[in-house]
Design a binder for this molecule. Structure first.
Ligand SMILES: *Cc1c(COP(=O)(O)O)cnc(C)c1O
Length: 410
């Protein structure tokens, strides 16, 4: 078991040059794509050390994204549970309303430096598509977003946003017409155009170097949060937590605390329960396997086919998890816990009523864990990564839960 003291220089040494976090990660690619990924890896290695790239990204974060986002003390919410204090890192106040823009702007800047004309990606609920379309508009790049026809019908506002931002939304009409087919179609599109285009992944998943690059671009969240928290309170938090879908907002938050004496919790979606198809808790119920070009914990059947997954938060329903999280769990540095739909919705409404913040349902999973933590610990502090705002969710929530009265009548 490793402790924080084993994590000095971790971010420089992990992943290794083969993209491995211990036994996880790597690069499982069709042979035709190996040179394209080699080009991306080399360009990133050069650029991430260049003062020009670092300064440009710093300026974009400040002037375009509105960073640093604040850290906020939830005084009214904390008072409900006793003396333990809950704090939020407000990624919901990042431009476009979530953390995803942090890595999309990094990927866009990389594309620009590589002389690419186009960025290509798939999207499920449309959040990654909107963030990437925003980056494409900023950098003057073309943008192809592959999206399943079923998701296009479900996520109408995000489809409109992408089109307004100038992206081509390409419907995927085969199979179940959702995210898995969109991933395949995006890879096929990329295969045809990789000389002029770059593929941009939406989380800390996929073949090397994406889990590393996306983690590095998101690390700004953890570094800012640590400095801000220490400035506010004079000490480190006792614990930090973040929700885990693919794991990008969590990886960014954790990067600031792995080498510090702080307990770290990643929160997976338990959905309706532990049955197959009722949740998307890949580490709680998955097994080791390879999916979408990397090795990690995967919810899969005996043949290695991904199992159906579900969460009330569409951004969390992915049948695997970024390889770095698999490593951080197995070495004992981070604990992963689960939160159900109902617990997440209770936290959603508590944050609305007691703090005036409507969170994304994804982020409400992390808030729910902080509430559980505050009930169990009668002192100390917990810092939550509030990964996004909930405007995208209100129609769905209202239809299913009304304005949440039932959560306050207990
Ligand atoms: C996409 C999304 C997530 C899940 O993605 P991670 O890569 O696990 O961070 C969480 N919160 C919000 C608001 C999202 O849009």
């Amino acid at each position: 078991m490793k402790t924080y003291q084993d994590f000095t220089n971790y971010l420089k040494n992990y992943p290794d040059e083969n993209g491995r976090f211990g036994e996880f990660g790597g690069q499982y690619l069709p042979p035709e794509l190996v040179p394209a990924f080699e080009e991306i890896t080399q360009a990133y290695q050069e650029i991430s050390h260049s003062a020009q790239f670092i300064n440009e990204l710093r300026r974009i974060r400040k002037e375009f994204q509105g960073r640093p986002t604040p850290v906020y003390h939830c005084e009214r919410l904390s008072r409900l549970f006793g003396a333990c204090q809950i704090y939020l890192k407000r990624e919901d106040l990042n431009h476009t309303g979530a953390h995803k823009l942090n890595h999309c702007m990094g990927e866009g800047l990389l594309a620009k430096h590589m002389g690419k004309k186009k960025i290509i990606a798939e999207t499920g609920a449309g959040q990654h598509g909107v963030a990437l379309a925003t980056a494409a508009a900023y950098f003057g790049l073309e943008c192809d977003i592959y999206m399943g026809e079923v998701d296009i019908a479900k996520q109408h506002p995000n489809v409109i946003r992408m089109k307004m931002l100038g992206a081509n939304v390409i419907p995927v009409t085969h199979g179940l017409k959702t995210l898995k087919e969109a991933v395949d179609a995006a890879f096929e599109g990329y295969l045809k155009e990789y000389k002029d285009a770059i593929y941009c992944i939406g989380s800390v998943v996929g073949p090397h170097p994406f889990p590393m690059m996306v983690r590095d671009f998101q690390a700004v969240v953890g570094f800012e949060a640590r400095d801000q928290f220490v400035e506010m309170t004079g000490e480190l938090p006792d614990a930090v937590c973040a929700c885990v879908g693919g794991g990008s907002n969590a990886a960014g938050m954790f990067a600031g605390f792995l080498d510090q004496p702080v307990d770290i919790y990643g929160i997976e979606p338990l959905g309706r329960g532990s049955g197959i198809g009722d949740h998307a808790a890949s580490m709680a119920y998955g097994t080791k396997g390879v999916l979408h070009g990397f090795e990690s914990y995967v919810l899969q059947d005996e043949k290695g086919e991904p199992l159906p997954v579900y969460s009330i938060a569409s951004g969390l329903d992915y049948p695997a998890v970024g390889p770095e999280h698999a490593y951080l769990r197995d070495c004992g540095r981070v604990r992963y816990e689960t939160v159900s739909d109902e617990e997440a919705m209770e936290a959603f409404f508590y944050l609305c009523r007691y703090e005036g913040i409507i969170p994304a349902i994804e982020s409400a999973h992390a808030v729910a864990y902080a509430m559980r933590y505050a009930k169990a610990h009668h002192h100390g502090t917990i810092l939550v990564n509030l990964s996004g705002r909930g405007d995208k969710d209100i129609d769905y929530v209202y239809e299913k839960y009304g304005t949440g009265e039932q959560f306050f009548q207990k």
